[in-house]
Design a binder for this molecule. Structure first.
Ligand code: DGL
Length: 273
């Protein structure tokens, strides 16, 4: 049995490429269709209603492409929209939060910092999911406005990035936290500057790791693995493909070609592929 239908992966911009990179390592023989909603970034400053409507538009479009699985490579969508939209689609949809909460509970981490966008923090999705599994845990959620823009501009190793990260991380360290969840898929690119602030390279938890594991299990258990070659990744954005291609090339360590997908196109769920 082989299922060559693509896997959908989406985010507001280049952040989800930190998830796609892990997918390509763990599940290299799959076809991927990546969408970065660059016309509407940052998602973190949008309302829950707006985010749900964006998620539906994007998932409707993916539905028209007959995907076998959709991955919200965006914590903000996972936090605000997954539970609401999941049952409306015939294909499985996964987010980043539940697999990460399970990992934290299994490892019995007690004092956890979560850095994320304002919308993710406002939803308390991480806090609720972790506390449900481990009511003893102490969760400190910190919204980090500005970090997404720093990463989108490719300034993730700059002095500016270090100063911004320091302001958000130091108060968490003062609380004596054991681990920090990178609760936004843009933040793994800030790993080096965060480590400079924490002086502890073992502190960070990247939720992408656990979503990728869940995706692999899902494909295995449901006989949805692709065995046919060749396979490829296609990239779409809602604005500025050239900038996405530039930053994406650095993040994925390979050339990428991105096409512009007009918001009207995905609103109408018409396929460009
Ligand atoms: N990368 C996304 C996340 O994981 C969204 C960032 C944004 O657009 O604010 O939350």
């Amino acid at each position: 049995m082989s299922d060559s239908r693509p896997i959908a992966v989406f985010d507001s911009g280049v952040g989800g490429l930190s998830v796609l990179k892990k997918l390509l390592e763990k599940l290299p023989d799959e076809n991927y269709i990546y969408f970065g909603d660059t016309a509407r970034i940052p998602y973190g400053e949008k309302s829950k209603e707006q985010l749900i409507s964006y998620a539906r538009e994007i998932l409707d479009w993916y539905g028209s492409l007959d995907v076998k699985l959709a991955l919200m490579a965006c914590n903000t969508s996972s936090a605000t929209s997954l539970d609401i939209v999941k049952s409306d689609y015939t294909f499985e949809i996964m987010g980043l939060i539940y697999p990460t909460a399970s990992y934290i509970a299994e490892n019995n981490f007690k004092k956890i910092g979560v850095i994320a966008t304002s919308a993710t923090v406002k939803s308390h999705a991480y806090k609720n999911a972790i506390l449900k599994l481990n009511p003893q845990a102490e969760i400190y959620e910190t919204a980090c406005p500005g970090l997404v823009e720093i990463v989108e501009r490719g300034e993730y190793n700059s002095k500016k990035a270090y100063e911004a990260v320091k302001v958000y991380i130091e108060p968490l360290l003062e609380q004596g936290i054991e681990k920090i969840v990178l609760g936004c898929t843009h933040y793994p690119y800030l790993r080096a500057v965060i480590n400079e602030v924490t002086l502890n390279s073992e502190m960070l938890i990247d939720p992408a790791e656990f979503m990728v594991k869940s995706a692999k299990n899902y494909l295995d258990e449901n006989n949805l693995v692709n065995h046919s070659q060749p396979c490829n990744s296609q990239f779409y954005v809602s604005s500025n493909p050239a900038i996405f291609e530039q930053t994406g090339k650095i993040f994925l360590e390979r050339e990428i070609k991105a096409d512009l997908l007009d918001t009207k196109v995905y609103s109408d769920s018409k396929s460009l592929v």
